[in-house]
Structure formats: C-alpha cells, structure tokens
Design a protein around this ligand. Structure first.
Ligand code: SF4
Length: 182
C-alpha cells in the first residue's frame, strides 16, 4: 500500500484532535472528488513498518483522540491488510483511542457482504472501528453544512452498535449528538 498524506493534528475528520492517514488507491472515481491524485494506488509514499511506528508516535499525546482513515479508499481489497496491521498495533498500544474511517463503499451492501476481501480480514478490520462514514461523494448532494460528510447520502455509522444490533445505527442517534443539526 501507498499513502498520500498523514496529518498529525486534524480537527476536521472526526471528533477532537486526530491523526489522519490518507491511503492511496480508489476505484470509485466520484465526480467532484476532493483528492483525485489519490485514485492511483502507487501515489505518494510506500506504507512501511516505519510508517506504522511514526503514526503510533503521533498518537501518543493525551490530547490526540484517535486515528481517522481516509483516502483514496481504505476498504479497497489491496489496502485492507496493511490498514489492519496498523489498527492492530494501535489497539494494542492505545486501546482507548477511537478509530474512524471514511469509505466510498456502503457498510451493509458492500463491506458486510464480504466481497471486498477475505472476510476474516474485513471482519477483524471492522472490529477495531468505532465509526464509519460510508458512501461515495455525490456532487449533486454536496452540502457544506454537513459535519464530517461531503454529501447528504453519506452516513455516519456507529460500527460496534450496528454489528451488535444487526442493523445500521447512526452515530448521531446513538450519542444524541447535536440534535437538530444535520
Ligand atoms: S471515494 Fe473518496 S477518494 Fe474515492 S473518488 Fe470518491 S471522494 Fe474521491
């Protein structure tokens, strides 16, 4: 896997101050994509053990709430195993830090179907996620007032609650998060 960027102080892609990893490679090709250069699976830097160690170090300060995965597409079959290794290391070292991911795939129709890779890999990957913002960016549904989403078709999903209940549980509903705000 390659990655485009790592930010060590991101306040736009999840709650609190976060480290964000923009992986390379995306097959969705959404019209109006914010990061077209990262469609190429070989864009940017190779993702290595040194990269994992660098991210672990960035996550160390107490004010860093967690990691956010973006892209590119963190759920492309080619990207799942390297991301999984990172998530394992984070959960072992920082079990209290949250993990968010943004994906153009749909949680129920694409990711849970198991068609994006060996199911054992996808299943363990999902077990480390707190929140998944799913669905492609749809230019016609773009809405700048949305928090953590680019277009209104995307959903902010509470992953552990959804897996437990066997249906989509939205993060805002589960938290009573900012009621009345889109
Ligand atoms: S899923 Fe994200 S990175 Fe991929 S084309 Fe759509 S907006 Fe761009």
């Amino acid at each position: 896997m390659h990655y485009a960027t790592i930010k060590d102080c991101d306040i736009a892609n999840g709650p609190g101050v976060r480290v964000s990893l923009f992986v390379s490679g995306c097959t969705h090709r959404c019209k109006g994509c914010f990061n077209e250069v990262a469609w190429d699976f070989h864009y940017g830097e190779p993702f290595t053990e040194e990269t994992v160690q660098m991210i672990l170090k960035m996550l160390e300060p107490a004010h860093i709430q967690g990691l956010t995965l973006l892209g590119g597409e963190p759920f492309e079959p080619e990207n799942q195993e390297p991301v999984l290794e990172l998530l394992r290391a984070i959960k072992m070292q920082y079990p209290g830090k949250s993990i968010w991911a943004f994906s153009g795939y749909l949680f129920d129709k694409d990711i849970l179907s198991g068609r994006l890779g060996p199911w054992e890999v996808t299943k363990e990957y999902l077990s480390y996620l707190d929140v998944l913002v799913d669905g492609p960016f749809v230019l016609e549904k773009k809405d700048l007032s949305l928090r953590f989403r680019g277009s209104s078709n995307q959903r902010i999903i509470n992953v552990p609650a959804s897996l437990k209940e066997g249906k989509i549980v939205l993060w805002e509903d589960w938290q009573g998060f900012e009621r009345g705000i889109k």
